[in-house]
Ligand binder design. Structure first.
Ligand code: AMP
Length: 125
């Protein structure tokens, strides 16, 4: 199922072209247009789910994480390591409401608790 006004559904359907890093029947992986790291890839299912908490079938979730492994090999970040990020809903500032896994790698990253995005540091924002 796809959603008419969803940009990631359009990417999944091939209506908006991307430089696919990996693609199969169920999902596509492509570079984030505003990369936060030297490697910043988004993995999205072709079917529409608003986020990871949207009753996503177990088989699809498992498949997406197998694709994480493949993309880490394809992009060469397997050895150095990488970070996965799944922004989910308003409190996580999810901006595209179609399930996607951010894969971030290619450079050393601070641990989240080294940065000042804790509740205490941001409670006035
Ligand atoms: P999030 O804030 O977790 O919803 O992340 C959405 C991500 O999608 C952002 O990092 C955007 O830069 C990225 N993005 C949005 N539209 C596109 C697009 N057409 N192609 C590639 N990346 C996109």
């Amino acid at each position: 199922m796809v959603k008419d006004d969803c940009i990631f559904c359009k990417i999944g359907a091939g209506e908006i072209p991307v430089q696919a890093v990996y693609e199969d029947e169920y999902c596509i992986a492509f570079p984030d247009m505003e990369p936060l790291m030297p490697v910043h890839v988004l993995i999205i299912p072709k079917d529409h789910y608003s986020d990871v908490a949207d009753d996503v079938p177990e088989e699809l979730l498992g498949h997406l994480f197998k694709v994480v492994q493949k993309v880490s090999d394809i992009t060469g970040i397997h050895e150095g390591g990488f970070r996965l990020l799944l922004n989910t809903g308003d409190d996580a500032s999810q901006s595209v409401r179609h399930l996607h896994i951010h894969m971030l790698g290619g450079h050393k990253m601070p641990r989240p608790n080294d940065q000042d995005w804790s509740f205490e540091a941001n409670k006035d924002n």
